[in-house]
Design a protein around this ligand. Structure first.
Ligand code: NAP
Length: 286
């Protein structure tokens, strides 16, 4: 159910993948601060459970839900339309949803699914909502990337991981792309009152990092002191969404609520623009 009783002085916040892990904790912490949250999730049953949990724990009733499968560009386009039909303002967009696929899977659009969900869907969603975000300025866009991008540079010759598939490389490609996208968008939005930053949440104990055959429970319990709870991992997203300290700060990469350096190639404006042009071709296909 969408709550249409909004007032312009309220702060509206969209979070993708808000039903689990870092996303639900981000939604919870911002709900406690009084934000009107719009969760974008793919599974209605799981999402409604999370929606109720956020309402109960935060005491905030303004928690809405829109259903979209970010693996489908059509679904992303539809959810952006649905948002605009129901809301006039968007002050914070948190592009949080992500996957890490052990096997190469193609989406209905024929794209490698990690690149499609973690990056391309958010490129399309952000651009589709940009008019509302600009009209709501001062407003903020937050891209949840990962430090993994520091260890693999983006492979423009194989964005869809068609050569030998590596789950880490596919994930790193998408997270590297999110950082390039952040910097290009920050330049394009200069002077509009809209800021855009990327972040590494830290290594968090979520479904994404749960035990597998390769990552045993014993190994995970050994590194556990070095990892964060989802609640702790949500803090940088919440900080970038809500802190007055980052008002006007744009085009940065954050970790532990502090700006840090991203991969040196992410600062190359020619690569940022190259990715933007490729992404436009990849998303505006229907
Ligand atoms: N955990 C870490 O250590 C870590 C480290 C660095 C970066 N990150 C990043 O942090 C973000 C959150 O990760 P997490 O650890 O919280 O992962 P998670 O617990 O697996 O949660 C991922 C969220 O994304 C949603 N999602 C996945 N595919 C989707 C799709 N096709 N359409 C719509 N929603 C979809 C999931 O929905 P379902 O519940 O329906 O699957 C879930 O809500 C991701 O971008 C991840 O790459 C995480």
């Amino acid at each position: 159910m969408i709550n249409k009783n909004y007032k312009s002085n309220k702060r509206f916040c969209v979070i993708t993948g808000a039903n689990a892990g870092i996303g639900i904790e981000t939604a919870m912490q911002l709900a406690i601060k009084g934000y009107h949250i719009i969760m974008i999730c793919r599974n209605r049953e799981k999402a409604e459970r999370a929606q109720n949990e956020i309402k109960d724990k935060s005491g905030n009733e303004k928690i809405d839900l829109l259903i979209a499968d970010l693996a489908s560009l059509k679904s992303v386009e539809n959810v952006a339309k649905e948002f605009k039909q129901n809301y006039k303002y968007l002050h914070v967009l948190i592009n949080n949803a992500g996957i890490f696929n052990r096997k190469r899977i193609e989406t209905e659009n024929g794209y490698e699914s990690t690149f499609a969900v973690d990056y391309l869907a958010h490129f399309l969603l952000t651009n589709s909502l940009l008019d509302v975000i600009k009209n709501s300025a001062p407003s903020r866009i937050i891209n949840v990337s990962s430090n993994i991008h520091l260890y693999f540079k983006i492979n423009f010759d194989d964005l869809m991981s068609e050569e030998k598939y590596s789950s880490q490389k596919a994930y790193a490609n998408a997270k590297f792309a999110l950082v390039l996208f952040t910097y290009e968008l920050a330049r394009r939005l200069n002077g509009t009152g809209v800021t855009v930053n990327a972040l590494h949440p830290g290594h968090a104990r979520t479904k994404m990092t749960a035990p597998t055959k390769k990552r045993s429970k014993i190994f995970l319990s050994l590194i556990s002191p070095l990892t964060k709870s989802p609640e702790e991992a949500a803090r940088t997203s919440v900080y970038l969404a809500s802190s007055p300290e980052v008002e006007g700060i744009t085009g940065k990469y954050f970790k532990n609520c502090k700006p840090v350096k991203s991969h040196k190639l992410t600062y190359d404006e020619s690569l940022q623009t190259k990715l933007w042009k490729i992404s436009e071709k990849l998303v505006y296909i229907f």
